[in-house]
Design a protein around this ligand. Structure first.
Ligand code: GDP
Length: 331
């Protein structure tokens, strides 16, 4: 059985990837940080086939021990401080984990596997936030980076160091430049989930208002379940490379809000939505839209869930979830 080691196993992508690799017959190991991490318990319940290993992206010895113990065929580095807004408040921590964490994970693979003829394959979760103040539209693997947040800056370092280790040590290391990818497992702090969850709560009479930042910015939103397949495909190729993973469609936040409210049966969404500068960021990414033709041509990858279906899936999940917690019977 192939063996996979995943950092960020408790996050949205880690969970989708665990499910996907399990369906492919992998033995899966996940690194979890912290003493008595509350997410470990729910992960054990939902994914009993994943073995959890203690470790931290800030602690190289723990990563070396994990790689030595697992002897993985594939390493997926998904762990990061991943919320852009938070990266402005904790910029140093973001640089350390989201940026230097990649270097430490690569070092663990290089040291344990030996630098030449290293059989371990490495995937790095790069991000469309690296494009930031975009230099061209749509963005491809060749588009120059201009990050607009400490998160974006840290991801650029992570991306560049993967290229450097591939070229310097002949590691089979790939980066997936993933555009926003969402789903019912997305954290409530991210805009799509905040909107679908609040629309559901308003519908159920549990909340009165949705308080937002900007409604004008645009994102290329896909479904996380589709995107983890692209990660795996990258590691099955003959040679390592970097790929943009995106839908190629862009939508404003306002469109997304309107859609979510329409799914719960509210057409006059403006009545419920207000804006608060608290949710604005010191600098913004304006227009992200990815060109995934390389992933399509070389990996045979394309997204399966479209934008309306994605938002509906999230709204349906949040209606059921919130109604269940509040003891409300749905019709
Ligand atoms: P990001 O693309 O990784 O930053 O993902 P987010 O879901 O956190 O944010 C997407 C966009 O939504 C950004 O341009 C935010 O500024 C914008 N946005 C507007 N209002 C909100 C809000 O209330 N919460 C969040 N998280 N984002 C918001």
């Amino acid at each position: 059985m192939p063996r996979a080691l995943v950092t960020g196993i408790t996050g949205q992508d880690g969970q989708h990837l665990a499910e996907f690799l399990h369906s492919k017959g992998y033995d899966i190991y996940g690194i979890v940080k912290g003493q008595n991490n509350p997410k470990s318990e729910s992960l054990r319940n939902e994914f009993p086939y994943v073995e959890l290993i203690p470790g931290d992206l800030a602690d190289l010895p723990s990563l070396i021990s994990a790689v030595e113990y697992v002897k993985p065929d594939e390493v997926y580095n998904l762990a990061a401080i991943s919320f852009v807004a938070m990266s402005f408040n904790q910029a140093e921590l973001t640089a350390n984990l989201t940026g230097l964490g990649v270097l430490r994970m690569l070092e663990a693979v290089r040291i344990v596997g030996g630098s030449q003829n290293n059989p371990m394959r490495f995937y790095q979760a790069s991000s469309s936030e690296m494009f930031g103040k975009v230099r061209e539209t749509p963005q491809t693997e060749m588009t120059p980076f201009h990050p607009r947040s400490p998160y974006g800056c840290a991801k650029v370092f992570g991306h560049d160091i993967v290229v450097n280790y591939r070229e310097s040590y002949n590691l089979f290391a790939c980066s997936g430049i993933l555009f926003n990818h969402e789903g019912p497992r997305r954290g409530l702090e991210f805009v799509t989930r905040k909107v679908t969850n609040t629309a559901a709560r308003i519908k159920l009479g549990l909340q009165k208002e949705l308080v937002m930042g900007t409604l004008d910015t645009k994102r290329d939103w896909g479904y996380a379940g589709d995107y983890v397949k692209a990660m795996w495909l990258m590691l099955q190729q003959d040679a390592p490379d970097d790929y943009v993973v995106a839908t190629g469609e862009t939508h404003t936040i306002e469109e997304m809000v309107q859609l979510a409210f329409s799914y719960v049966g509210i057409d006059d969404w403006q009545q419920y939505v207000s804006q608060d500068p608290r949710f604005l960021r010191p600098s913004e990414v304006d227009l992200l839209i990815g060109d995934a033709s390389k992933a399509h041509a070389k990996l045979g990858w394309k997204p399966e869930v479209d934008f309306p279906t994605l938002i509906k899936m999230m709204v349906d999940h949040d209606l059921t979830w919130e109604a269940g917690k509040a003891g409300i019977a749905l019709p």
